[in-house]
Design a protein. Sequence first.
Length: 95
Amino acid sequence: MAKKPFQPGISANPRGRRKGSVNKFTTLKAAFLNVFERAGGEDGLLEWVNASNHNKAAFYQWITKMLPVDVKQSGEVSHVLSFDFGENGNGKENE
């Protein structure tokens, strides 16, 4: 059996990231928020979503990718939402 390059429990970078180094996720988040604001913020997004059924479907697909996959629930569930994109992709809310 081949030896693994890293041993379990031993950090490959024990000193961690250098102080002052840029976090790529933070940079990407800042760029995304900048574009969002320049595109009209929440009002601009809402206007774009309501412009067509295609945009609504795309928006719902993006949201599902941005939400956590595994959500823990405590207590009773009083209302469940689901969306049917069906043949016309209108994203109509179902109860």
